[in-house]
Design a protein around this ligand. Structure first.
Ligand code: ATP
Length: 231
């Protein structure tokens, strides 16, 4: 039988004690994501970083999002060759909005089944952290993982006072956050989409294989990208 649990069992080995999770829409994945994941992996000594494309991103409900198969295929291409990076379809195979807390619960259950204590780090930018209070069950998220926050141009790393004032649990919530000084890259998926739509170059913004995929499948060019399917 295959499924999200079987898949993560195959990829997250029992020896993977420190695991990062980078959730996102990845529409498309770009070098900003990859640099953040790689530098957090290095800084925190993570054994694995799980890229988790959202099936139905809760903050983008009602917005047009490229078909999940395309977004996942691009993530696979982008992370190929880095043995520390794996992609999970956990949120693609779950119906309804992709809430992080549900994903963390599944991963925690999986660890329990494996009989391992696992430290989970959810990687997000300081920009995304700003809206964290609006996520589903932020307290539940903080009890199941730590947050690894990275800077993004326009969104520098927060200080402890900001964290204590904005996270559930105050100082205790702030203690669940680790800030990682990654190289800030101004890449954004919306910029890549806009450039591709205008027929402009996206070279050096995304990995070459992702650039080719976008070109081959004419992504971001059609009137309704959600109707695109991989050939
Ligand atoms: P869009 O432009 O469509 O909103 P995005 O580029 O922000 O997309 P997402 O897939 O939504 O990409 O991002 C997933 C996670 O990666 C979020 O926490 C986001 O803040 C973070 N992230 C995205 N781009 C960067 C970047 N250049 N530097 C650091 N973090 C980033």
């Amino acid at each position: 039988m295959t499924g999200p649990l079987d898949e993560s069992r195959a990829w997250i080995a029992p020896t993977d004690r420190r695991v990062g999770i980078l959730g996102g829409t990845f529409d498309p994945v770009h070098f900003g994501h990859l640099v953040a994941a790689e530098q957090v992996r290095e800084a925190l000594g993570l054994h694995r970083v799980l890229f988790v494309p959202a099936g139905a991103p809760p903050h983008k409900l009602g917005e047009e999002v490229t078909a999940a198969d395309h977004r996942a295929a691009m993530v696979e291409l982008a992370i190929a060759g880095n043995p520390s990076f794996v992609m999970s379809r956990i949120e693609l195979e779950r119906s309804g909005p992709s809430y992080t807390v549900d994903t963390l619960r599944t991963l925690a259950d999986e660890a329990a089944r494996q009989g391992v204590e696992r430290d989970l780090y959810f990687i997000l930018s300081a920009e995304a952290l700003d809206g964290f209070g609006d996520w589903r069950d932020p307290t539940g998220i903080l009890t199941r993982c730590r947050l690894a926050v990275v800077p993004r141009p326009g969104a520098p790393l927060p200080d402890r006072a900001w964290l204590a004032a904005h996270l559930p649990g105050g100082a205790a919530g702030a203690a669940r956050v680790v800030c990682v000084e990654t190289v800030p890259l101004a890449h954004s998926a919306s910029d890549v989409r806009e450039r591709a739509a205008a027929g402009r170059s996206i070279r050096y913004l995304v990995p070459p294989a992702v650039e080719r995929y976008i070109c081959d499948h004419r992504l971001y060019r059609s009137q309704n990208p959600s109707e695109d399917r991989p050939k």
